[in-house]
Design a protein around this ligand. Sequence first.
Ligand code: B12
Length: 239
Amino acid sequence: MSLTAEIIAKAESLDAIRAGMTALADVRKGFSYKAAGHDPAGGVAADDDRPAAGSPSDGSLLVLGLMHPPNDPRLDWWERGDSWGNRRLREISDKLRQWLRDAHGLKARPLPYHLEKGGIFLKDAAVLSGLGVIGQSNLLLHPQWGPRIRLRSIWIAADLPPTAAITGFNPCETCERYCQKACPVGAFPEGRYSRPKCYQQMDADVANEVAEGEVDPGGNPAWVIKYCRQCELTCPVGA
Ligand code: B12
């Protein structure tokens, strides 16, 4: 078994996790960096573990996807500054970091979620590593779970063979765009995703925080933001 295959198998032995491997340098060349106008060499926060930014040998990304099933909405709730799904992904990333070090002597570093804190564009990384394709919803569609998957990545200081991007999986080609029709703010004018429109909904979700979270010892429930998932939950792929 190749080292990449062994690492993927270890990650996928964890509950509700799928994984892929890609080169960091390839993600930096991706659509999102171009669209967002980021300096391609500035996407990932440098530290002493990593070759200099822009080096041709920039290491690899282990891309993790966690299933977010509709019957467990809590995974997606933002509560006390993070979502429950993200907390789980952080725990998993840390376990895998330790395993990569102990089992293979590899230096690895879980990357943050936010770009401004040193994260990367995760959907691009997921497409390149074969976890899915980008749908008409502008979301990553996994063949079994559709868009109901959340992403995270671990940077590894080694150039590992990548896993292949998916071919022949084009579920939106024959679909009636339920995702776009379901959007409460019409965030797909002319069939293309509009970030400013989507933000109208996200801002409304923030304003509609509800006290339904974990109850503290004083008996007070935490405030929760339930971000809209209409484009995601109406997608027939994997449903
Ligand atoms: C900022 C952000 C937001 C912002 C802005 C979103 C935006 N797309 O601009 C707001 C708050 C509005 C938002 C909303 C949502 N988000 Co958001 N968001 C992010 C974040 C942090 C960065 C995304 C970003 O800025 N992208 C850059 C912009 C320029 O590109 P883009 O619109 O995403 O489109 C690019 C891709 O589609 C790509 N692309 C298109 N085709 C192809 C083909 C190939 C081959 C490749 C490589 C790339 C590629 O190129 C496009 C640019 O040209 C990521 C996490 C991360 N670190 O990546 C999560 C993330 C994208 N969000 C996520 C989710 C789930 C949501 C919401 C459903 C809300 C929610 N409940 O969490 C909505 C869905 C909106 C939608 N339909 O796209 C998930 C997506 C999971 C998935 N299955 O795809 C992510 C990955 C976070 C996670 N926890 O896993 N989000």
